[in-house]
Design a protein around this ligand. Structure first.
Ligand SMILES: *Cc1c(COP(=O)(O)O)cnc(C)c1O
Length: 421
């Protein structure tokens, strides 16, 4: 089955009513047949619904469908992309451990890693995504995760996935990759050996800026990397919080299982069933939206690169872009998604351009069907210090665009008047 067909059908079996649309199971809990049934569900002797903090039939369809689109084994949906990232890391790392991250990260991920995880006793060590050779010296026996983004937001760099995976595999360390901007339509990181993919579903998955959500997908046979691996005792030793369960011994996708039973159960960042339903609607059109986002962004990038007021354009679809070769290696059919950024002289010039656009909305989001303009230095990256800002490629005159599904000529016209005003 191709992705387009999976996007419409995977993970859903029609019920007795023959309902065409996946029903929204708006419920907190589920009735057990009897006490034995309840006990069996809690003991994992039988699988089924217990309580919506742990599982929900609507969310289950979203998880199954997304897992198929990434060609993974199983998925766990969460209340936000940030929660999915936290769970993907906290599933493997605890106080005293460290993670190795690319510096080119989403602003929220960077602060989570550098500040919040630090308060939890997890140290983040950073490498330049263009220099995977910086990873090896950062690794020790407490390194639990190597984290990076396939197509970085907002610096718009493309990672050499296979080079990073090769280092991680040499040390039997898990790779966690944020594939939000590329989406499974452009890139399927699990096929390149990545272990766990995370997404903010709030972006291209909903596709219309309708809801906040996240998802984590694990690859097939991940248990083989974790079983008897001394880095991951929490999967190999009895879990006292789950009456001595040893996760690698359960014949279910191990990373998702532990994230659900230990993290989602205790930390509770669960996605609302209605939001899962919105994400299911969004996925239906993802395979036809991504080529349009990509084509429009290519047109806008080609316009900007020729404009005298523009100092630099970051878009991997441009032949002149330093990420072009990597993009052509990893992204399907030369598509490079809808995210691009460009630099003008200074903060004030950037501010003027952003304020003058008409079609573009000043919003801190990406992946909407409607085009968005952002000024990272005054918004998404404002909380970072100058050094952190420079490390993730944010300059005061940087403007980020998320190109939507409008007519590319109209978008170009709008930018032209904003630049020239
Ligand atoms: C938006 C975003 C996130 C965070 O997701 P939320 O759903 O807003 O919590 C993480 N990574 C990337 C690349 C993003 O663009």
């Amino acid at each position: 089955m191709t992705q387009q067909t999976k996007a419409l059908h995977a993970g859903y079996e029609k019920d007795k009513q023959g309902t065409m649309v996946v029903p929204i199971y708006q419920t907190t809990a589920y009735e057990f047949r009897d006490v034995e049934h309840a006990a069996n569900l809690f003991a994992l002797k039988e699988l089924g619904n217990i309580y919506t903090r742990l599982n929900n039939p609507t969310t289950d369809v979203f998880e199954k469908r997304f897992a198929e689109m990434e060609e993974g084994e199983a998925a766990l949906a969460t209340a936000s992309g940030m929660a999915a990232i936290f769970y993907a890391i906290a599933n493997a790392a605890e106080a005293g451990d460290n993670i190795v991250c690319a510096t080119q990260l989403y602003g929220g991920t960077l602060t989570q890693a550098a500040h919040t995880l630090k308060r939890f006793g997890i140290e983040a060590r950073f490498f330049d995504v263009h220099a995977p050779e910086q990873i090896e010296p950062l690794i020790d026996d407490k390194t639990k995760v190597i984290f990076f983004e396939t197509l970085t937001n907002p610096s718009i760099d493309v990672a050499d996935i296979e080079a990073i995976v090769a280092i991680a595999d040499k040390y039997h360390i898990l790779t966690v990759v944020d594939n939000t901007v590329a989406t499974p339509i452009l890139c399927q990181p699990l096929k390149h050996g990545v272990d766990i993919v995370v997404h903010s579903a709030s972006k291209y998955t909903t596709g219309q800026g309708l809801a906040i959500g996240g998802i984590m997908v694990e690859r097939k046979d991940l248990v083989e990397k974790i079983k008897e691996n001394p880095r991951y005792p929490q999967f190999n030793e009895p879990d006292p919080s789950y009456h001595g369960l040893v996760y690698v011994d359960v014949p279910l996708p191990v990373y998702t299982l532990r994230a659900r039973l230990a993290l989602l159960r205790d930390l509770g960042a669960v996605v609302a069933p209605f939001n899962s339903w919105l994400f299911i609607q969004g996925l239906e059109t993802l395979p036809i939206r991504m080529p349009v986002h990509s084509k429009n962004a290519q047109r806008v990038a080609e316009f900007l690169v020729r404009h005298p007021k523009v100092l630099k354009v970051n878009y991997p679809g441009l032949k002149s872009d330093p990420n072009h070769t990597m993009a052509m290696k990893y992204f399907k059919d030369g598509m490079c998604s809808g995210l691009l950024s460009f630099e003008v002289e200074d903060f004030e010039t950037a501010k003027r351009i952003v304020d003058r656009t008409q079609i573009f909305s000043l919003v801190v989001n990406i992946g909407d069907s409607k085009s968005i303009i952002t000024h990272p230095a005054s918004t998404t990256h404002q909380q970072l210090n100058e050094e952190e800002m420079a490390a993730c490629g944010v300059k005061p005159g940087l403007i980020r665009l998320s190109i939507g599904l409008e007519d590319a000529d109209d978008l170009i016209e709008d930018l032209k008047q904003a630049l020239e005003g």
